[in-house]
Design a protein around this ligand. Structure first.
Ligand SMILES: [Zn+2]
Length: 590
């Protein structure tokens, strides 16, 4: 007897069905069942046994041992027997078995939705076909989107983290909202404007804590839409911002970022020359804020030093190349990338650094054009805005103003201010000693955030050399360590459920006093940024919330986007990020 499959257990659990037959037809199974012997009118509720006609409804059900299972149910059309009822005929409905016009049983739909959620359309279609529950790409995605529309996750959230995600890298951004208590995505928005987030927050009044990064558009949206909600500045971003500040400061002292490595790290190099005295630290700039002229001058100075370092490296390389040493040995001696030197072998002069193209639509992309117009006497901000707007400028008046304001300040006064910078003049840079190695500001800043026990031997050597030789390095390292310690959160244990906020907030303010007292302009600038956002920064110290889970979800979003070859719309991304609503357990029998 080949058809010995268990009887009623094959059917979806419902008192309405009675199995009559199972047939193996080709590779597939057909399960036949009868519908109910009577039905209640959907309008008046009166039970009718007066059958008008019968027909067979075919539904795809869960597969059996890899084969497609068709459920053929004999259902009826009934006459309504209530004389006053407006309905004359009605068809059997099969609640819990299938939707009114569905082509699959409810339990097959649940499985299809889970597969669509986990794999997306195409991969889902391949899998469902393979396991005997064929569902098309479109149907799978429609199911996932339907599921997401039913979710109530956002309504329950009280503590959220907000961050942006790149729709097209570096061009346009969307916003992601994460429930920080449940660690789940609750919404994905198409844009990252203050207005969009503001609207969203107004629609979700239960939220009382908002974790976000720097004091930007999300902070503004939260202040407007939920003024009573507590804002928490994200700890990771605070530390990162400080590290970037320090990196910029270090870029102003490139000439001091040169360290002597000991002989054992240079196996083939010549014997080390006697140690020369490290340059003496000059005093650092003592300016509280950075006016536009100074900011531009800082940038110019960073650029000039970068070119100078490159030039020195190039000259040294050329000198070593002339001795006939192999490139690999030179690369090791100079501690720089071999591929970079390969490019230099045939060049006589240092090639210009490739400038990154400004993103199209940004103010920077119109700099040349604006400068021409400016020099021709067209200096009205509104008119300039209209002009470049017509040419495709996608930014704001404010950004445009930021670009032209240094020009507006009157060239003479501005140039003079820029020239009177108190940035220390670096000592003459000579990189002729092959035991010396140039450390990039990026590496120097990264080393400064690494606690000593975690430093490798050579890195510890670099840190020591920089502490001794680079202006402000020791101070900044101590500031960085202090800042991290203040923001470092130990997870609350049952014994200590809360931290002692007063102590840590006090520590934060003491740290800020120290930062102000350093006299390092960029550090002071960072401190005044903290001051402007002080409530949220204090909350970052006292509250346990942080945007760590949000970062994780942004990574998941990127993964999903890649999986869908970058073509997924926001609605689909949202549907696949928000957890599926909990389904009734239609898959198991009671
Ligand atoms: Zn009726």
């Amino acid at each position: 007897m080949p058809k010995a499959l268990p009887g009623n257990d094959l059917l979806p659990p419902s008192p309405l069905l009675r199995m009559t037959d199972v047939e193996h037809s080709g590779p597939n199974w057909i399960v036949r069942a009868d519908g109910p012997p009577h039905a209640a009118c959907p309008t008046c509720g009166r039970v009718s046994r007066s059958r008008h006609s019968a027909y067979v409804r075919t539904l795809k059900d869960l597969p059996a041992v890899g084969a497609v299972v068709s459920l053929n149910i004999r259902v009826s059309r009934w006459r309504c027997v209530a004389p006053a009822c407006a309905v004359r005929f009605f068809a059997d409905r099969l609640p819990g078995v299938a939707d009114l016009r569905g082509r699959r049983t409810c339990r097959a739909n649940v499985v299809a939705r889970l597969i669509g959620y986990a794999l997306g359309g195409r991969a889902g279609e391949r899998l469902t076909t393979r396991i005997g529950l064929p569902v098309s790409n479109d149907t799978l995605l429609r199911g996932v989107k339907q599921g997401a529309r039913l979710t109530t996750a956002a309504a329950q959230a009280q503590v959220i983290g907000v961050d942006e995600w790149a729709k097209r890298k570096g061009r346009t951004c969307g916003t992601i909202m994460v429930d920080l208590e449940r660690h789940t995505v609750i919404d994905v928005l198409d844009e990252h404007s203050t207005e969009a987030v503001e609207q969203w927050l107004v629609a979700h009044p239960a939220i009382h804590t908002i974790c976000r990064d720097r004091n930007g558009r999300y902070a503004k949206a939260a202040r407007r839409a939920a003024p009573a909600a507590q804002q928490v500045s994200d700890r990771f971003h605070l530390v990162q911002n400080l590290r970037e500040t320090i990196e910029r400061e270090l870029a102003l002292h490139r000439a001091y970022l040169r360290v002597r490595m000991t002989a054992h790290s240079l196996p083939n190099g010549p014997p080390p020359a006697p140690l020369v005295d490290l340059p003496v630290c000059p005093p650092v700039a003592r300016e509280r804020r950075l006016p536009p002229a100074r900011r531009l001058a800082t940038q110019t100075e960073i650029g000039r030093q970068l070119r100078q370092t490159d030039q020195n490296l190039f000259d040294t390389f050329k000198a070593l190349q002339a001795t006939g040493a192999p490139i690999s040995v030179i690369a090791q001696q100079l501690g720089c990338n071999r591929r970079r030197l390969d490019k230099w072998t045939t060049q006589r002069t240092l090639p210009a650094r490739q400038k990154r193209h400004p993103p199209p639509g940004s103010a920077e992309a119109f700099r040349e054009y604006l400068r021409q117009r400016w020099d021709a006497g067209y200096r009205n901000g509104r008119l300039l805005f209209d002009e470049i707007h017509a040419l495709g400028y996608a930014g704001t008046h404010k950004t445009l103003n930021k670009l032209v304001s240094p020009w507006r300040r009157g060239n003479v006064a501005f140039e003079r201010a820029a020239n009177e910078m108190t940035i220390p003049t670096p000592p003459p840079a000579v990189l002729t000693d092959p035991t010396e190695r140039q450390v990039s500001p990026h590496i120097a800043a990264a080393l400064l955030t690494t606690p000593r026990p975690e430093l490798t031997g050579p890195n510890a050597q670099i840190v020591d050399a920089l502490k001794a030789g680079c202006p402000g390095y020791a101070v900044m390292r101590s500031l960085m360590m202090g800042f991290r310690a203040i923001l470092k959160q130990s997870p609350p244990t049952p014994a200590t459920t809360t931290r002692t906020p007063i102590r840590t907030v006090t520590a934060l303010h003491r740290w800020m006093d120290r930062a102000r007292a350093t006299g390092i302009a960029l550090i002071q600038n960072f401190e005044s940024q903290l001051q402007r956002d002080i409530l949220a920064v204090e909350a970052a110290v006292t509250e346990r919330w942080s945007n760590g889970p949000v970062e994780g979800q942004v990574n998941r979003l990127k993964m999903l986007k890649r999986q869908m070859y970058g073509r997924a719309g926001v609605e689909l991304l949202r549907a696949r990020l928000i957890p599926l609503p909990v389904e009734p357990t239609v898959l198991q029998r009671e």
